[in-house]
Each structure stands twice: as C-alpha cells, then as structure tokens.
Design a protein around this ligand. Structure first.
Ligand code: NAP
Length: 303
C-alpha cells in the first residue's frame, strides 16, 4: 500500500505509532513572533531587517527558492531586495555587487543562491560576503566561531533541527545521535550542535561500514544524504526519534531520505517531508537576519 505524504492517516490495519514532529506549525509560530518584534521596532521608527537575495542565472529550482525567501521576508515585515543577474555575469560584476551590499546599511543579510553558473568559484564568491551579513552562516569566520561554541549565527538547517528537538522537549544529554551525511551545510555543523547539547554523536557517510547496525543502536537519527527512502524500516528500532532532512523530487512529489511509511510504524517520533525540516530552515534564516540587524544597531549605537 502506498503512502500519500502529507496524509498521515494511512496503512489500514497497520496504525502508525510515531508522533509527527510538525515543523510547519512550529515555523509559523516562530515567524509570527518575529513579525511581532519587527512591528514593535518599526513603530519606534527603527528600520526593519533587510535581506538581499542574489540569483545568478535561470536555474528553475533556484528561482523557486529565491521566491520563497522573498515571500518569507514579506510575511514577517523584513525589507527584501532581489538581484536577478544573467548567467553571463562575471565574477568581477558579482564581486562589485556583494561589496556594495556589504556597505549598504539597509541590508543586514546577503543570500547568494547556489549553485552559481559553471565557471564561477562558489567558495570565493561566498567568502566575499561580510561575516556580519552572512546569515546563511557559510563564511569560515562564522563556521569557526560556531565550532568554538561562540556563534554569531547558527547554520539554518541544523539550527532548525535543534529548535524542533527543543520544542519536542527531547533531552539530548547522553543520547546516542547518529547523523547520516557529512556536508558542510548540514551533517558536520549539526553534529557539532548535537555535541554541544551533550549528545554522543556518530557521523556516518558513504564509506561507513555496517550502517544499519549503527542506526538501530541510536536514540536519534538524522538523515541528510539526498536519496529518496534511504532509511528503511529494518534500519530503525522502537523508541527512536527520526529527523528527515532530505528533499528529493519523485516526479511532482517531494519526498525525504526516509521510507516514511515503514519507519513511522516503528519509531517514537518522525519529521515529515514536506512540512518538517524545510519550513524550519527558512525560519532560522529569518532569525539570523533579525540577529544581524540587532547586532548592527548595537555597533552603530556604540560608535
Ligand atoms: P551533500 O552535500 O550532497 O552530502 C550528502 C552526504 O550524504 C555526503 O556526506 C555523502 O557521503 C552522504 N551519503 C551519500 N550517499 C550515502 C550513503 N549511501 N550512505 C551514507 N551516506 C551517504 O548533501 P546536503 O547538501 O547535506 O543535502 C542532503 C539532503 O538534504 C538533500 O536532499 C538536500 O536537498 C537536503 N537539504 C534539505 C534542507 C532543508 O531545509 N530541508 C537543507 C539542506 C539540504 P560522502 O561525504 O562520503 O560522499
């Protein structure tokens, strides 16, 4: 029997036991709080946080992400400026734009949508963004500060996951957390945040041996690899918390890295796709922009 993702009432005769961790509702609640705070400062005559979103080229998926980020800004009352540049843009032109945004007092956060067109060096371009405006938390200075336990910003997807675990009142102290995937934007920073919360963390990747043995023994499993339905029912155990970061397109459908139907029947709690980690990621981006604006005001006030 097939599961329709999003419809959680499935498996006639095989009731799902897992609690569904609803990222969408939590994200909406947190966004309402941000909108409320923005309203208060705007009423005091203070400018709202400003985000610049840069898209180079015409990748359709990137166009959707940019549109979503702009809509999220509008929803909470942020100022948003969009820069849609043609694929023939040179690194020199992009550099000039980033430098001008670094100097622009109306802009607190700069988002450079990835991937950049072939021939552009993503790492070099991302590092041009001032660390004070790096609300994605990709800049080595911000990554380093986060690893040292004194973050200016937290990386958005890992921070969204930690927020969900906190909201679910999951005490991470001494828990065995397994993170599958070791990317710089999800796996590695998440492992660090879990470690800071006193979990015992195992990071797994494509060369890990006996992955099912490791996952079955965990208290919490986070899957971030980008393969639909990778974590199957035989890889999990009762009582576990499952966080599905994956976003994979199966035809028109968006699915995660977890075989949701099989896994949800066994474990204690699970995030759905869509409606789990995704909405929290964008919310954490807004939170970082809010934090960037607050820090910028503090710097101006101390001059
Ligand atoms: P990535 O940079 O492609 O990294 C994938 C990781 O998965 C790598 O570390 C790779 O291991 C590991 N991996 C691949 N196949 C594996 C296997 N068979 N067994 C164990 N590990 C395996 O991916 P990413 O950027 O972290 O993204 C992962 C997924 O999360 C994607 O679906 C992406 O769309 C999604 N995502 C979602 C959000 C959100 O907001 N929901 C945000 C970011 C990403 P090696 O290092 O050994 O190659």
């Amino acid at each position: 029997m097939t599961l329709v993702i999003g419809n959680l009432d499935f498996y006639v005769g095989c009731p799902m036991t897992a609690n569904i961790i609803d990222g969408k509702t939590l994200a909406n609640a947190l966004q309402s709080e941000i909108a409320q705070e923005v309203k208060i400062i705007v009423e005091k005559g203070i400018q709202p946080p400003g985000l610049a979103v840069i898209l180079v080229g015409d990748d359709p998926a990137s166009q959707i992400y940019v549109r979503n980020k702009k809509a999220a800004c509008a929803k909470v009352g942020f100022y948003a400026q969009e820069f849609l540049l043609p694929a023939i843009t040179t690194e020199e032109d992009l550099k000039k734009l980033i430098f001008s945004l670094n100097q622009n007092p109306k802009i607190n956060g700069i988002l450079l949508q990835l991937p950049l067109p072939k021939g552009m060096n993503e790492k070099n371009m991302l590092e041009l963004i001032s660390p004070e405006k790096d609300v994605d938390c990709f800049h080595p200075v911000n990554v380093g500060n986060m690893f040292l336990g004194r973050p200016r910003f937290l990386p958005c997807t890992p921070a969204g996951i930690m927020e969900m675990l906190k909201h679910e009142k999951i005490d991470l102290k001494g828990k065995k957390a397994v993170v599958i995937g070791r990317s710089n934007i999800v796996g590695k920073p998440l492992a660090m945040l879990l470690l800071s919360a006193h979990a015992t963390v195992t990071i797994c990747h494509s060369r890990t041996v006996n992955l099912p043995g490791i996952t079955r023994d965990a208290d919490i499993i986070v899957v971030a690899i980008g393969q639909a339905g990778f974590l199957t029912g035989d890889m999990v155990s009762p009582g576990q918390i499952i966080i599905d970061v994956g976003q994979n397109k199966l035809g028109e459908k968006l699915v995660g890295d977890v075989d949701f139907a099989a896994v949800a029947r066994k474990v204690a709690a699970i995030t759905p796709v869509p409606g789990g980690v995704g909405p929290m990621t964008i919310t954490m981006l807004l939170k970082n922009a809010w934090q960037a604006a607050r820090l910028a005001r503090k710097t101006v006030a101390s001059r």
